[in-house]
Write a protein that binds this ligand. Structure first.
Ligand code: BES
Ligand code: MN
Ligand code: ZN
Length: 511
């Protein structure tokens, strides 16, 4: 999608479809209260073209609601689309993101390949973040996961005009548009990777995709195979891969800031779970819904995609991206419940932690354990991991919020601040030492499951063992990395969650 900023009155924009956002100003709580729809455009001609239909009360400006007018009087656009954002009092860039998405997903099935969206004007909407959210919403909405349908029609929108008020701040709008495009294209890249089925997205292929991306965007990249994992003594990671004929891949990407890195600055490590298919291994999963486990590399994809955005935004901070990719399979070579594995040593004179495998389906924490240790060995001062780690996170938080865990309040505050910009929803859960009891083993240092209760927390406790004293954030995205239902503003399928927040978290450390 080509995007273009135009500073002109909305009524003067020549386009197939002019989308104008609208909100409900009524403050009444009563269910059947009449909405007071306010068009978020200062253009008089647009307002008068829309007035009759708004007066009719047919349009309530609910989120995702649309109303189309052909040949609107007094304006240049061929069609005027009014898009609801919900209550005016609750208006934030998040609603704008959805509104822009709704406009794009209105256009696509109607074969409208070019449209214009008016940047909404409202007191509480700051220009740069509003334009950014608008661009993100439009690009994210243009993604469809129907890749392998032989009758697939390309319905993508070719051109988008972002219409900002002529008197507005051009610089802010340009920056917002540029950042929105970079971040949304990267998030879509993550969704493309996650959408691929297991036979077409093996650890090796994921490594190739990462290397290709790094080449295109000027990042360093190394993809290591099993020999290197053995050299590094990554016993936990290797134990997951050993049941599969597909070799594991350790993907290491690095970004150096433009003016050279100061020796003492932070080094941020992004560590992703890249299980390209999770059968559960010998502790095999039930077959119902097992096909979904192709998205078990969504954390890894989020890290590859975040590195892609970072390479373009060029923040003044060093960043390493690590993805531990493997396939979790049952076979005669697979690891068994009761096996004991030795994780990667945390230093030259420190033995790796011993792990009793209770359930081979708790494999994500095993690959991440070695990924986190390796990140620390590469000099990481701050760690963030993302993983579709537990079904339990969905039980705890539903499909609305993802889980965030951290051993350091300051680092976690950086993430909370990032959420204000990304608009993504994460809820913090505890990793207090009391929970550590639950992963104690009779035979080894720790075991890889913690029993029936607090499953997302005990999984996080396991990872915390390997973060040791390094400030660390863990994102459990299992509940939200895939959505079964489409929304008016976004397709069903891979969500690309966490990319926007991770990128913003990284930028918060830039000097
Ligand atoms: N990949 C799964 C978690 C998952 C579940 C992701 C549902 C997406 C949707 C993970 O490897 C897993 O199997 N976790 C187990 C852990 C258990 C064996 C302690 C789980 O959540 O059941
Ligand atoms: Mn599993
Ligand atoms: Zn898994």
């Amino acid at each position: 999608m080509n995007t273009n900023l135009v500073l002109s009155p909305s009524s003067a924009v020549e386009t197939e479809l002019l989308a104008v956002l609208a909100a409900d100003q009524s403050t009444s709580k009563a269910k059947d209260a009449a909405p007071e729809v306010r068009l978020l455009s200062a253009d008089d001609s647009v307002r008068s073209a829309a007035q009759p239909v708004l007066d009719s009360g047919e349009f309530r400006a609910e989120a995702g609601e649309t109303l189309l007018l052909h040949s609107p009087f007094g304006i240049k656009a061929k069609r005027l689309l009014i898009v609801g954002l919900g209550k005016a009092a609750k208006l934030t860039p998040t609603e704008v993101r959805k509104g822009a998405g709704t406009a794009v997903r209105f256009a696509r099935p109607r074969n409208i390949r070019e449209l214009a969206i008016v940047v909404p004007e409202a007191a509480q909407l700051e220009q740069q973040l509003t334009v950014r959210a608008l661009a993100e919403g439009a690009l994210l909405a243009d993604f469809d996961p129907d890749t392998y349908r032989s009758d697939r029609k390309d319905r993508s929108v070719q051109a988008l005009q972002v219409v900002a008020p002529a008197a507005g701040d051009r610089r802010a709008a340009e920056t917002g548009l540029r950042e929105g495009v970079i971040v949304a294209e990267s998030q879509n890249f993550a969704r493309t990777l996650v959408n691929e089925p297991g036979n077409r997205m093996t650890p090796t292929i994921l490594g190739q995709k990462a290397a290709e991306m790094c080449r295109a965007f000027g990042l360093q990249c190394e993809v290591h195979g099993p020999d290197k994992l053995r050299d590094l003594k990554m016993g936990a990671f290797l134990s997951v891969a050993q049941g599969s004929d597909e070799p594991p891949a350790l993907i290491v990407m690095s970004y150096e800031p433009p003016n050279g890195a100061r020796g003492d600055g932070p080094v941020l490590a992004l560590v992703g779970k890249g299980i390209t298919f999770d059968t559960g291994g010998i502790s095999i999963k039930p077959s119902e819904n097992m096909e979904k486990m192709k998205y078990d590399m969504a954390g890894g994809a989020a890290m590859i995609a975040s590195m892609r955005a970072i390479a373009q935004l060029r923040p003044q901070v060093r960043v390493i991206g690590i993805v531990c990719a493997a396939e979790n399979m049952p076979s005669g070579k697979a690891q068994k419940p009761g096996d004991v594995q030795i994780a990667m040593p945390a230093g030259p004179d420190r033995p790796g932690k011993s792990i009793e495998i209770i359930n081979t389906d708790a494999e994500g924490r095993l690959v991440l354990a070695d990924g986190l240790t390796y990140a620390r060995q590469l000099g990481a001062t701050h760690l963030i991991d993302a993983a579709t780690l537990t079904g339990a996170i969905g039980v705890a938080l539903g499909m609305i919020n993802a889980g965030v865990f951290s051993n350091d309040d300051d680092t976690c505050q950086h993430f909370a601040d990032a959420l204000k910009i990304s608009g993504e929803r994460f809820w913090r859960l505890p990793v207090e030492d009391d929970y550590r009891e639950l992963i104690k083993s009779q035979i080894a240092d720790i075991k890889n499951t913690g029993g029936r209760y607090g499953g997302a927390i005990t999984a996080a406790m396991f990872l915390k063992e390997f973060a040791e004293d390094t400030p660390w954030i863990h994102l459990d995205i299992a509940g939200v990395a895939w959505s079964d239902e489409a929304k008016p503003w976004i397709a069903a399928g891979p969500s690309g969650v966490a990319v926007r927040s991770i990128v913003e978290w990284v930028r918060s450390y830039a000097r």
